[in-house]
Design a protein around this ligand. Sequence first.
Ligand code: RB5
Length: 139
Amino acid sequence: MITIAIGSDHAGYRLKQEVKDYFRDQGIRFNDFGVDTPESVDYPDIALVVAESVARGENKYGILICGTGIGMVMAANKVPGIRAALCHDIFTARAAREHNDANILAVGERVTGGGVACGIVETFLQTSFQGGRHERMFL
Ligand code: RB5
């Protein structure tokens, strides 16, 4: 059974709790890399540990949450082997998997409500890479 790495900064920890509740409801196994308080932290520190665990193959996918998702996706993409995508809706979540073979999903708690975010997560986890012409785009 696959596992999902999940992490947030202080601006994303409430949404992270909602996504974890969704995982529990669905029986999806996850590893939580923090944080769980509103105390301010530097989002790259969380992005790095989640991205490294995915790059090492310890978790199949990663979910990163900050205020906007922007800082998390920028930081995660510095780790070799990571293709992190910031998604705002079901369409971008599906495309991130089908076209980009994204292995990390970033969402923003200040941008996306809990119900939509869980739908984005569900779509991301259930959608396969299409391969074919999309393989040429990888550096
Ligand atoms: C924290 O205030 C905020 O800057 C951070 O969560 C994120 O949105 C950065 O991209």
